[in-house]
Design a binder for this molecule. Structure first.
Ligand SMILES: Cc1cc2nc3c(=O)[nH]c(=O)nc-3n(C[C@H](O)[C@H](O)[C@H](O)COP(=O)(O)OP(=O)(O)OC[C@H]3O[C@@H](n4cnc5c(N)ncnc54)[C@H](O)[C@@H]3O)c2cc1C
Length: 453
């Protein structure tokens, strides 16, 4: 069992918030929920207060009347959920439609994409029902073509998606995209994939937490689980100042999977760094250089995504992949590389400074699919993870599905969930080489991007 964290320790400082644009605009504070103290018990314990964990708790408390407590090592939204790009879009897997068709067949592929549509609708419904303090922005996600050949490949992808999934992307030529999306020398047209929208991720996770508490869930931030044991058929979780005993356990830690807690959690995940930057507000004159006509989130590379949004206060947010060490020096280099990309994409904005830069962990698995599962060795342990950088909507939906499964007589394998979600992925065969694998994979996909494959 590993004793060390996957990346440099600076990535696991649970008592420190990332210096993000979202933290700077976080809105009203949450109630001052205390950390876990004393010996507590509940029916379902959730480790991790991100979208997966909080959505599970919300749905358990609201729809099933369960007695549930969330233990979060940092503040609510400390993990990827409070620091992502806010693209509420189709995600969850790194598999193409073609590959899914080969592996799961037509019906399961169709059902997976339907679940993605449902997950985006679920987010919207929760934002409205809980009166959250931000507005969804945009009406789809732009996949921007970087070259003529990329545009041709997007046309083929759009045809595949339309033929085999309930999602019907719309292709726009360079001129059409300049009128509907934005104008810039690098764009060669775009594919609009809907439904999708942009949100404020930290306000969204805080909204989920407030709602979960309203329906009766107990929430304990600043409560890192340091030890996990099973005694007399119950899970016993130990934090610095208290213990929690529960009948069932949900591990909702995604890229921050605490592998050191148990060999049962070891080597299922490959956490990768994603880095985000936000500029200062652009002036009207600067914005006029490359007019933008909407707030839809956008990505522009086929494999290693560069992703960006125009924020409501006229800043540009732009993100990309980080290094495979996790040291703060690496983060500074990545941020500089992203500035170089920003300058390449919008040369007339190359003088525009970044005011915010931060990072977090996304989660890959060996079979490139999201996982909703029970531990093979202990069916009272539930997991939802492996969203491959696309977890805003997917993790919210997975939380809802976990709540249903926990209250069902059926196992997850027996449930109606699309097959792609079901079960644990294979473990990485040589766990110690995962970082090297991450490096090789990144280089491979960057090369494909360069070769325009
Ligand atoms: C920079 C960045 C940009 C992204 N952009 C997008 C995007 O635009 N759109 C999109 O769909 N997805 C995006 N993602 C991915 C998305 O944010 C994640 O898939 C999603 O937030 C996963 O939610 P989660 O609740 O499963 O995990 P997390 O939000 O990471 O939560 C896991 C939590 O577990 C807690 N934890 C770990 N160990 C313990 C322990 N021992 N005890 C207690 N708590 C513990 C951590 O503190 C953490 O808060 C991005 C991710 C990053 C990092």
């Amino acid at each position: 069992m590993p004793t060390k964290r996957f990346y440099h320790e600076s990535m696991y400082q649970f008592d420190q918030a990332q210096p993000s644009y979202w933290e700077a605009t976080a809105g009203a504070p949450l109630p001052d929920w205390p950390a876990l103290t004393g010996d507590q018990s509940c029916e379902v314990a959730v480790i991790g207060g991100g979208f997966t964990g909080m959505s599970t708790a919300l749905h358990l408390a609201r729809d099933h009347g369960s007695n549930v407590r969330v233990l979060e090592a940092g503040h609510i939204g400390w993990g990827a959920s409070g620091r992502n790009g806010g693209f509420c879009s189709v995600g969850g897997t790194h598999m193409s439609v073609k590959r899914q068709l080969r592996k799961y067949g037509k019906k399961q592929t169709y059902d997976f994409y339907q679940s993605q549509i449902d997950s985006i609708a679920l987010c919207k419904q929760l934002i409205e029902a809980e009166d959250m303090d931000f507005k969804p922005l945009g009406h789809g996600e732009w996949i921007v073509a970087e070259s003529q050949s990329h545009f041709k490949r997007l046309c083929i992808e759009a045809e595949e998606m339309s033929a085999h999934t309930p999602i019907k992307p719309v292709m726009l030529s360079q001129q059409e995209f300049a009128r509907a999306g934005y104008e810039a020398p690098h764009q060669h047209g775009a594919m609009l994939v809907g439904p999708a929208f942009g949100l404020h991720p930290l306000r969204y996770i805080k909204g989920l937490a407030k709602a979960a508490a309203k329906y009766g869930a107990d929430i304990s931030p600043n409560s890192e689980v340091l030890r996990w044991e099973k005694h007399n058929g119950k899970h016993r979780l130990e934090c610095a100042n208290g213990t929690l005993t529960a009948d069932k356990l949900v591990v909702a830690c995604n890229g921050f999977m605490p592998e050191h807690l148990s060999p049962a959690l070891h080597a299922y995940t490959l956490p990768l760094q994603s880095v985000l930057n936000v500029t200062r507000p652009l002036t009207d004159a600067e914005l006029a250089e490359y007019p933008w006509h909407d707030n839809c989130p956008a990505i522009n590379s086929p494999h290693v995504y560069v992703y960006y949004r125009l924020l409501p206060d006229n800043r540009i947010m732009i993100g990309g992949r980080g290094d495979t060490v996790g040291h703060p020096d690496g983060a500074r280099k990545t941020s500089a590389n992203i500035h170089a990309t920003f300058s390449r994409l919008w040369p007339k904005w190359s003088h525009v400074e970044f005011e915010y830069s931060w990072r977090g962990l996304i989660c890959f698995s060996q079979n490139l699919k999201p996982s909703v599962s029970q531990l093979p060795s202990d069916k009272s342990v539930y997991l939802g993870f492996g969203y491959h950088g696309g977890g805003v909507a997917c993790a919210t939906w997975v939380g809802q599905q976990l709540a249903i499964s926990i209250n069902s007589e059926k196992t997850i394998e027996q449930s109606h969930m699309p097959a792609i979600y079901k079960g644990m992925p294979p473990r990485f065969p040589i766990p110690a080489l995962r970082k090297a694998l991450g490096r090789v994979g990144l280089e491979y996909y960057l090369t494909l991007d360069k070769l325009n494959k």
